[in-house]
Design a protein around this ligand. Structure first.
Ligand code: PLP
Length: 406
């Protein structure tokens, strides 16, 4: 009998969106067990709704007959103009409307960026821990993701020496995720300058995933790395899933900036791949203009009294009360990546640890391995749920660890 296996191209691609922990959680839910979910960066289920002006824009777009047809493959012009203006305000130079590509979320753009660039065996530097789609997309494109270390001791900033050590003559680019998922780190200018310097010296493209750039706390300012590298080829990614809390609309984009002269062939490839998927969801593209133009300077959610601010405070304080766990205070996004004392609790497999916790306390987290972290000593918390849920989950973690030794 003929059977069908997954494609060989997927061999070695590790993107464990399901996996045993989630399977178990789904099974428990089917049995009527209530699970506290701190595992997914999707704002809507936690009561976050899109701002009113976005909803109004969607209603207006519905009445526009042009939203019913395909758009230009790189996206509708008014949206690309708003994206250009947004990124120019952040200091990007040489941004051409033809080099802005709107996609069904940043996810689609990451895949196109990797597919268009990497030949078999080409290397790309990706952070560890990472948002795992980057590693998976690079592998699926035939490339070889090489992980550079982000150092918890230095606020989860990339270790520049490690990054440089891993550059070879096959390296094509450096990926940075800033603000970072899963650590919540926000990179300062001096650090970004050091990364730019490496890219300049070794002639690498910089891929900057900045989808959380409007979710930054404590009055800090996000700096686009492209603004520091006008002489390099930089690809910047951004979108509406997180800051505008409309992840389901699937609206994201990438912008090429700087000196594109050495990347003409690459741009041809991107154009080809962009046309092959015809275009991104057109209705969602109509939301880009109001989202970028009508937004307040600072999202009230990030200020004292705002939900994200208070939830970050709550989760950090709750973790501080637990013996054997520590956390670097996040400065952006809505994640943190606590460290658990693996030796003390006998943890050699972080997935097994997270599974044990789920079974015993009914709280769902994601283990560090899911973010290409090499040691079994971290997990990610999404602090989108209300403070009552966060507090309860960490109390459960505390009581769980009091008796835990694997
Ligand atoms: N990049 C990062 C760092 C993310 O955390 C995510 C989603 O969690 C994405 C990209 C994908 O975003 P989108 O919803 O725009 O596809």
């Amino acid at each position: 009998m003929r059977t069908f296996a997954k494609s060989d191209k997927l061999h070695g691609v590790c993107y464990d969106v399901r996996g045993p922990v989630l399977d178990e959680a789904n099974e428990m839910k089917k049995q009527g067990i209530e699970i506290l979910q701190l595992n997914i960066g999707n704002p809507a289920p936690f009561g976050f709704t899109a701002p009113q002006w976005i909803l109004d824009a969607v209603r207006e777009a519905l009445d526009n007959p042009m939203s019913q047809g395909y758009s230009e493959s790189c996206g509708i012009l008014p949206a690309r103009e708003a994206i250009k203006e947004y990124h120019e305000e952040k200091g990007l130079v040489n941004v051409n409307l033809d080099h802005i590509y709107i996609g069904n979320g940043v996810s689609e753009m990451i895949s196109i960026a990797m597919q268009g660039l990497l030949n078999n065996g080409d290397e790309i530097l990706i952070p560890s821990p990472d948002y795992p789609l980057w590693t998976a997309a690079a592998k699926l494109a035939g490339g070889n993701p090489v992980h550079y270390l982000c150092d918890e001791q230095s606020g989860w900033y990339p270790d520049i020496a490690d990054m440089e050590k891993k550059i070879t003559d096959k390296t094509k680019g450096i990926v940075i995720i800033n603000p970072n998922n899963p650590t919540g780190a926000l990179y300062p200018k001096e650090l970004l300058e050091q990364i730019v310097e490496l890219a300049r010296r070794y002639e690498l493209i910089i891929f900057a995933d900045e989808i959380y750039d409007r979710l930054v706390f404590d009055g800090k300012k996000h700096i686009s790395i492209a603004s520091l590298a006008p002489d390099l080829f930089v690809v910047t990614f951004n979108g509406l899933s997180k800051s505008d809390r409309i992840a389901g609309f699937r609206s994201g984009w990438m912008v090429l900036s700087g000196d594109l002269s050495k990347g003409k062939g690459y741009i041809e490839g991107i154009n080809m791949l962009s046309s092959m998927r015809l275009c991104a969801n057109v209705l969602a593209q109509h939301v880009v203009v109001p989202a970028l133009k009508k937004r307040p300077d600072v999202d009230p959610l990030l200020l004292p009294g705002g939900r994200l601010y208070e939830q970050r405070k709550c989760i950090c304080e709750a973790i501080d009360r637990i013996d054997g766990i520590s956390v670097v205070r996040p400065e952006g996004a809505f994640y943190c990546f606590p460290k658990v004392d693996a030796k003390r609790f006998g943890i050699v497999d972080d997935e097994a640890f997270i599974l044990d916790f789920l079974r015993k306390e009914h709280v769902l987290l994601v283990c560090g391995r899911g973010f290409n972290w090499p040691e079994p000593d971290h997990f990610r918390i999404v602090y989108l749920p209300e403070t009552t849920v966060l507090t309860e989950s960490m109390e459960k973690m505390n009581q769980f660890l009091e008796k835990y030794y694997r």
